[in-house]
Write a protein of this length. Structure first.
Lengths: 459, 459
């Protein structure tokens, strides 16, 4: 077709090589949380740096952090044009339970138009789309790009991303840009080009309850000694009511509802609640606040969950201990305009106001990230939506995601820029689980979408 | 003193040797729960068997079980006299945390009139009192005993005692007796001869709650997926009210209060609630049902505790999982006339009636033992109380214990005999913990008390 840009034509002609190169990247077991993979992490960083160098990006640098290094590169000669920061990560999750993989996690296999490998969807396959889009543009653009580009690829996303957060705080100017492009999200459904324009924030906390000085036997002391695990259950049961409404005073005060237009647009999305219950959640019923749809509840309503309760006896069989202490891992998902610091104060005050008799309670914040919403009325969102519509031949849908991507909030805080969350994963990719996959047509369409996005911005 | 029996004189003359022999027994690390100590278990069984043989008991046999062996012996030639079954166990608890021991757990050390060693109080020191009392009686009684005696020393008490329970069911006639003598309990306080005449029963159960089919991310699914850990907290919080009263319908229906005389006798015991709170429990407040004393609450009121909640994320840091399943370990201490089977039905029905939305719940019984009370108006209790009063020069107090000794209930069920719980441990002996100790004067007085008990019965 004559209206294809040279860069897209280049990408199509080189699609086989692009895929082969991605398979090479996927063979590197760059698991960030396991110290024994330190050398693989470094190998993956070099893989990214060398590819960017070959493409012709400048100032390519492997930047050390206190943990794993980041790869930086730029090309900043498009005078008068905006600057886009392409973000991704080259580290991956562990592969447990490894027995459940049909093919080995670091030996990519292709079946049914999917690449099966750890990191294929999260996030090597997606960050590599950025890299190959830049290559196609550079090779067909006379050694230049339609806009200014910075690239940052970190190696600690799966373990909290401390290095890049610190770098952002201390060196914001080195990542200065007009918008960030983040491809670490999902499409709403197959063949449905999607931009994620909202993310929930998170507040992760830990309660520690102390009762008797040392572990005590429930035979001798049951009826006199306070029990920290029972006390935690009492407190947790009062955090949400039976309908799923959070009972912390003030919790909902600053919640801002999505616009009527946004809510209306969600109703047009292909979503079958019964199928979701059965196939995705697999529970006998769904839960959550009455009066809100599933998408509303998981995208734009704040929630509270307990994740686990360390302490006491958790082995098989029976032990009759009243433990000296117990803990509970609790997180809240936050929505605009909830402020994590304020919510933590509300949470802490409420918990301390309902501590059961005989218990000393500590409330600790583990980490937090604010919620994110991207306004849709700007050139970056339009350029991205148009590019994806062009590639998929369908209107781009604007969705939210229930999860949190702390780096997106950090870009907002430190760079004062919006993030364009243009993701090409599919809901069943199984990131973090066994048999993670990435759809190959989406890999190629993702490259073309990124090319289109940068070309649109350069016009 | 001329009114000492020859057996007591023998015991006093041989006290040094008796102690040395006990130290030898304590050097055997017969930890029943650790397979690597299998040979030590067998060594401890042989130690007991050989000692009983030397004493002159007959039919000494190491009886195999599906687990660890029991040692049996008897002497049944006291025609017309009652038969006493001396019970104890030669197995011990593990020694973790081993760093907290001041001297190694299997190298007995003597400090401040105490023997420090694993098993010194629970139960080698106490079972050895029986063995040495029999020796003293036999050596001074012309090769005979004042009553008929059977001895059974098991090696699985610390791991549930399945072998002896099975043996009791199938071979009750081999342990036929008029009373059992069990020395595996405490004195109420130092220099306070004590008979334990009541034990709480136990019902140990496990709840398993299932929510989503597989572990789910709280970002994507929080607000729609049921959370089994939260559901367990909701259920557990409804098992007891804030005052500590169990909310299971029917739970208290068959609770029988102690007699006024028994309650009055508890008020004469040396007990300081504030000291107990501070020194023993070490909590900021005590808990339990209002209107009942600490002794009443821990001895004669039923209680319910949660011991631990396996499932979800229990490591350090943060993981945002809504787990597919979670469990809770729950036990109830039962008092006369609560029936464990009936209480389990009440518990199960109640839990299943309050299962939160979206959760599938299973309620499993792990083990149970009925409560025990020993009538005080019988020759066995009188013989024991008199013997201890003679040795300590103080009236014997009748107490209860909050814990459960399943074998005592089993003796009642299968042998139809009362158990005389004549214990010489002290409340601070630290059985099951580091630096377990046994008071040496109590070891010798225990031997004399057992001698007196058997002599009294033989009169």
């Amino acid at each position: 077709m004559s209206d294809l840009s040279p860069a897209v034509e280049f990408a199509r002609q080189n699609s086989r090589r692009f895929l082969d190169e991605l398979l090479d990247m996927l063979r590197i077991p760059s698991i960030s949380t396991l110290p024994e993979h330190k050398a693989d992490i470094e190998r993956a960083a070099r893989f990214v740096a060398e590819d960017l160098k070959r493409t012709g990006l400048e100032n390519v640098e492997i930047i050390p952090t206190d943990g794993h290094p980041m790869v930086y590169a730029d090309w900043l000669h498009a005078e008068g044009k905006p600057t886009v920061l392409c973000y991704g990560h080259y580290d991956v999750q562990p592969v447990d339970p490894v027995d459940e993989w049909e093919t080995p996690p670091f030996e990519p296999h292709i079946r049914n138009e999917n690449i099966y490998a750890r990191g294929s969807s999260d996030d090597k396959g997606q960050v590599f789309m950025h890299m190959k889009a830049l290559e196609a543009l550079m090779k067909t653009g006379g050694g230049g790009l339609p806009v200014n580009v910075r690239v940052i690829v970190e190696g600690e996303e799966e373990i909290g991303g401390e290095g890049i957060e610190k770098f952002l705080k201390e060196n914001a100017h080195r990542l200065a840009c007009d918008a960030a492009l983040v491809s670490d999200t999902h499409m709403f459904a197959p063949e449905t080009p999607s931009l994620t324009i909202g993310l929930r924030g998170i507040l992760y906390a830990e309660l520690e309850a102390r009762g008797p000085r040392v572990d005590r036997h429930s035979g001798s002391y049951g009826g006199a000694s306070p029990n920290p695990i029972f006390a935690l259950c009492q407190v947790i049961a009062r955090l949400k009511n039976e309908e799923g409404r959070v009972m912390i005073p003030g919790f909902y005060d600053s919640v801002k509802a999505p616009s009527d237009a946004e809510l209306a647009s969600w109703k047009t999305l292909p979503f079958d609640e019964e199928e979701y219950r059965k196939e995705e959640v697999g529970s006998v019923e769904l839960t959550g606040e009455p009066g809100y749809s599933v998408l509303y509840r998981t995208w734009a309503r704040p929630t509270l969950e307990v994740h686990g309760m360390p302490g006491g006896f958790t082995g098989d069989g029976a032990k009759t201990v009243i433990p000296a202490r117990g803990r509970a891992k609790i997180s809240m998902r936050l929505v605009p305009d909830q402020d994590p610091d304020e919510i933590f104060r509300f949470f802490r005050n409420y918990v301390l106001s309902i501590v059961p008799k005989g218990i000393r309670m500590e409330v600790r914040k583990i980490h937090a990230a604010p919620p994110v919403v991207v306004g849709t009325d700007n050139r970056f969102v339009r350029a991205a939506a148009d590019a994806m519509r062009g590639v998929y031949g369908k209107d781009t849908v604007m969705i939210r995601a229930g999860g949190s991507i702390p780096i997106v909030a950090a870009f907002g805080t430190h760079l004062k820029t919006p993030s364009i969350l243009m993701g090409f994963g599919l809901p069943d990719d199984g990131a973090h689980g066994p048999n993670e996959k990435f759809n190959i047509p989406n890999f190629h369409k993702g490259i073309e979408s990124v090319i289109g996005f940068l070309e649109n911005l350069g016009q």
